[in-house]
Design a protein around this ligand. Structure first.
Ligand SMILES: Cc1cc2nc3c(=O)[nH]c(=O)nc-3n(C[C@H](O)[C@H](O)[C@H](O)COP(=O)(O)OP(=O)(O)OC[C@H]3O[C@@H](n4cnc5c(N)ncnc54)[C@H](O)[C@@H]3O)c2cc1C
Length: 387
């Protein structure tokens, strides 16, 4: 894995053909780094670059596992997993297409009509159309089923009103896949919820930026005032959207992005420690690496289950909880080792200081985005039959 620094995963469990693919991706990324097209090397954030997204698409690295009929490349989940790891290792500027490729497409492939698949998937795979998830609301974050955004039936479609929040990159996306209430909540609040594809250029939509703790414009608040959504944008059956939302969250919760967000920090730390690291530092770093490789195996198993058409909500929640706590713990370990090993972050290891600062600010959201850790533990408890 090309990281900018001296760190590499062993090739465990990946067949040789995938290692060739890794080499190809690394060569591409090296070229991009040389031309200055990669994200800042001193930050863990993965920014938007429409140019980079189109180049990835041209290589066939978006929509990798879908059928050619829908613009995909019919590769395996493991091949996609390897490409995702390589991109995350260098914090590649993939933000624009990330959500559509990772989760929206999975929902459309599973629940969408043939016409929807034909319309949206080739454009996503071409790196031209992007989605933002339309789940959370100002008063319904963790308790998603209590959402208040509503759509009512009108001639030829629906009228949508309400507010969504924390919508990642809705300022660059063309669409959102909204979860809204279309029937009154009965005894089971999960019934009567519906998923609609909403064109963000529709009249009646306001997008307000929210600047995050790191000072970056990553997400927004979306307001819908009587927005018309045509019938053809209904995904699956009206009133049965909850299952789609949980499927989407399983895609969001289990990938390498749930244990690799602080990877650049680990790479920089390893390089700064160098060959003179103390035995205690090596031991601590070894412990971190063991956790990382275990998480990787777990996450790959969930990817395989999703590929097989299952909805591994429990397993995805376990990966999300353990992985994101690990990503935060790494920041603490880095601070501790910088201190105990006397690494001079004000002089020789200046880039490590910058990456640490960026990771410190970003890591707070790791155990919130995609569902908070408290909620993950509730999902796990329910999955184990404990509540
Ligand atoms: C960087 C980032 C990007 C995001 N992108 C999107 C996006 O694109 N689209 C989208 O729809 N959402 C997005 N989210 C939302 C995210 O996935 C969370 O689900 C959401 O932020 C949680 O809701 P909330 O912020 O209202 O917090 P709350 O639900 O108010 O929770 C606040 C705190 O209370 C705890 N809590 C809540 N309920 C319980 C309970 N029953 N038991 C114990 N503890 C509880 C939570 O764990 C949390 O610590 C994003 C969030 C972040 C941080």
């Amino acid at each position: 894995m090309d990281t900018n620094a001296a760190f590499e995963f062993p090739a465990a469990r990946f067949p040789a053909s995938i290692e060739n693919l890794r080499v190809e991706v690394r060569q591409f990324l090296s070229g991009e780094r040389r031309s200055g097209a990669l994200s800042r090397p001193d930050s863990v954030s993965m920014v938007v670059s429409l140019d980079f997204t189109r180049k990835l698409a041209a290589h066939g690295w978006i929509g990798m596992t879908w059928s050619r009929e829908y613009g995909g490349h019919e590769k395996t989940a493991l091949e996609r997993y390897a490409v995702t790891e390589e991109l995350l290792a260098v914090c590649a500027p993939v933000r624009a297409h990330w959500v559509a490729d990772r989760q929206t497409a999975g929902v459309l492939l599973r629940f969408g009509t043939k016409a929807q698949k034909r319309k949206y998937l080739p454009k996503i795979a071409a790196g031209e159309w992007f989605f933002t998830p339309g789940l959370s609301e100002p008063d319904a974050g963790s308790d998603l089923a209590s959402l208040r955004t509503r759509a009512t039936r009108v001639d030829g479609g629906w009228r949508l009103s309400g507010t969504k929040t924390w919508n990642s990159n809705s300022h660059v996306a063309q669409f959102t896949l909204v979860l809204c209430r279309t029937e009154p909540a009965g005894e089971d609040r999960h019934q009567g919820l519906t998923r609609l594809i909403v064109d963000l250029a529709s009249p009646g939509i306001t997008i307000r930026p929210i600047i995050n703790l790191a000072g970056e414009h990553d997400f927004n608040e979306l307001t819908f005032e009587d927005v018309f959504v045509p019938d053809e944008n209904l995904v699956g059956e009206a009133g049965k959207g909850w299952n789609q939302a949980t499927t989407e969250l399983a895609y969001e919760r289990s990938g390498p992005e749930r244990w690799m967000s602080s990877f650049r920090l680990l790479a920089e730390l390893t390089e700064a420690l160098g060959k003179n690291a103390s035995a205690a530092a090596c031991q601590q770093l070894g412990g971190v690496l063991a956790q990382l490789l275990t998480l990787r195996q777990m996450s790959m198993s969930v990817a395989a289950a999703l590929e097989a058409g299952r909805t591994p909500n429990l397993e995805a929640a376990i990966v999300k909880d353990l992985g994101t706590c690990f990503e935060q713990e790494l920041v603490r370990v880095a601070r501790e080792l910088i201190n105990s090993e006397g690494i001079d972050i004000w002089d020789t290891a200046r880039r490590l200081a910058d990456v640490l600062e960026s990771a410190q600010l970003w890591s707070i959201c790791y155990t919130i985005r995609g569902g908070s850790k408290e909620i993950m533990r509730g999902v796990i408890a329910r999955g184990l039959g404990l509540r």
